[in-house]
Design a binder for this molecule. Structure first.
Ligand SMILES: [Zn+2]
Length: 196
C-alpha cells in the first residue's frame, strides 16, 4: 500500500486522499467478525440510504464461492431477499417510504452477473474447492435507498432483517439524521432504533 501511495503521489496527487480513505474504510471493515455486521444510515431530505456490510456467512451460511447446486440456489435466494429490502427494513407507515434502489456487491455474487463458457466453469469449480479448503472469508455489501413521502415521520427503524437472517447476531448502526448523529447496537432481541 505504501508503494501504491508513493506512485500515486507523483502521478495523481488529487487521488491520494480518496485512495487513503478507501483503504481506511476497508481497514475498519477488516473487523470481519462472524455474526456481526455494520449498518450506516443517512436521512437526507426525502431519501434514506442504508449501507449494510456483512460477512457473507451471516446471510448465506457460508463464504466460499457457490459451485454446488444448493449453494448456488442459496446465493440466488439471498440476493432476492436483499432485493426485497422493504421486508428487511421497516419505517413507520406514516413516513410513506418506498424502496427506490438496491445495489449489491460481493465476490460471491459477481460470477452470476455474466455467463461464462462451460469449460471455464469446470476450471473455476476446481479453484473454488481449493478456496474452500483455505477457509477464505468474503463480505456482502449492500446499499438500499428508500424514498419517503413524509420524512418528518421517520421516528424509528425496525429490522425484520434479524428474523430473515438468523446468522446475524449484532448490527453496529451509525446513523445521520436531521436530529444529529447516533450510534446503536442492535440485536435480534432489540431490533428497533429510535431517531427521536
Ligand atoms: Zn468469514
Amino acid at each position: 500500500m505504501r508503494r501504491q501511495l508513493a506512485i500515486f503521489s507523483i502521478a495523481m496527487p488529487l487521488s491520494i486522499y480518496a485512495l487513503a480513505q478507501e483503504h481506511q474504510e476497508h481497514a475498519s471493515l477488516g473487523a470481519h467478525e462472524h455474526g456481526v455486521a455494520s449498518l450506516n444510515l443517512a436521512i437526507e431530505g426525502n431519501q434514506v440510504s442504508i449501507d449494510l456490510d456483512s460477512p457473507a456467512v451471516n446471510l448465506l451460511g457460508f463464504e466460499h464461492a457457490a459451485s454446488q447446486p444448493e449453494d448456488i440456489a442459496k446465493v440466488a435466494a439471498v440476493q432476492a431477499q436483499l432485493h426485497h429490502a422493504e421486508q428487511l427494513f421497516q419505517f413507520p407507515a406514516d413516513a410513506g417510504c418506498t424502496l427506490a434502489s438496491v445495489d449489491l456487491d460481493s465476490p460471491l455474487f459477481a460470477e452470476h452477473e455474466h455467463e461464462e463458457p462451460a469449460h471455464e466453469d469446470e476450471h473455476e469449480t476446481a479453484e473454488h474447492e481449493h478456496e474452500e479448503h483455505n477457509h477464505q472469508h468474503a463480505d456482502i455489501e449492500a446499499q438500499f435507498i428508500f424514498n419517503c413521502a413524509q420524512p418528518a415521520a421517520l421516528s424509528s427503524l425496525q429490522l425484520p432483517l434479524f428474523s430473515v437472517f438468523p446468522g446475524l447476531q449484532r448490527l453496529n448502526l451509525q446513523a445521520i439524521t436531521p436530529n444529529g448523529q447516533l450510534g446503536a447496537e442492535l440485536t435480534p432481541d432489540r431490533p428497533v432504533v429510535s431517531f427521536n
